[in-house]
Design a protein around this ligand. Structure first.
Ligand code: GTP
Ligand code: MG
Length: 195
């Protein structure tokens, strides 16, 4: 994918702030710190389009990025960050649910999990939610640079089993560090937008 332009449209917390539903979009969901914002930067070849941080809880709003004037990539706030107060956890749930429920131009939600760790209960919930909402359930295993090639299959298998993924569901190892998986991901995104 040739990236001609990539810019933030808006950071939103409620539907009235969402951009118009006039172009297709894909969203990135997952735990805080899993690498959602970094993945958007990797895909768009921009270092600082989406703000990233070594400490979890960086993205707190729904951030819409317009790519090539043609589609949106949507960065969702992460879940599972222990230091966040219970009220903001509830707000998080509502914000995400409202978004997933009401967005007609949302064609897919990618679920991101860290390749090193067994998916948490919240990851399982999120994944089942994504499937319940009728999306394919494509999982990106992030930070693939952090484990050796020899360990990889074992980790991918654990993710597949824990999330109870179907055999045909895509599980793609990616790394924002080495850019592994970037081309495959763009191919998948291209397929989704062609539907
Ligand atoms: P929240 O906004 O808090 O939900 O987090 P996020 O999922 O957007 O994570 P973010 O992209 O901010 O990345 C979190 C940390 O992980 C940062 O320090 C990144 O540099 C690091 N990171 C992200 N992707 C990779 C990767 O592929 N490899 C390695 N080694 N580090 C990564
Ligand atoms: Mg983020």
């Amino acid at each position: 994918m040739k990236i001609k332009s990539a810019e933030i449209v808006i950071s939103a917390v409620k539907p009235t702030q969402y951009p118009e539903e006039n172009m297709p979009e894909i969203a990135f969901a997952g735990r805080s710190n899993v690498g959602k914002s970094s993945t958007i930067n990797m895909l768009t070849n921009r270092k600082k389009l989406a703000r990233t941080s070594a400490s979890p809880g960086k993205t707190q709003t729904i951030n819409f990025y317009r790519i090539n004037g043609q589609f949106h990539l949507v960065d969702l706030p992460g879940y599972g960050y222990a230091k966040v107060a219970k009220t903001s956890k509830e707000q998080w749930g509502k914000m995400i649910e409202t978004y997933l429920n009401n967005r007609k131009n949302l064609l897919e939600v990618f679920q991101l999990v860290d390749i090193r760790h067994k998916p948490t209960e919240q990851d399982q919930q999120m994944y089942h939610w994504i499937k319940y909402f009728g999306f394919h359930g494509i999982v990106l295993a992030t930070k693939a640079d952090k484990i050796s090639r020899g360990q990889r299959q074992k980790h991918l298998q654990l993710i597949r089993e824990t999330l109870e993924m179907d055999e045909e569901d895509l599980l793609i190892p990616i790394s924002s560090e080495t850019r592994e998986g970037k081309e495959e991901l763009w191919e998948v995104i291209g397929e989704i937008f062609r539907v």
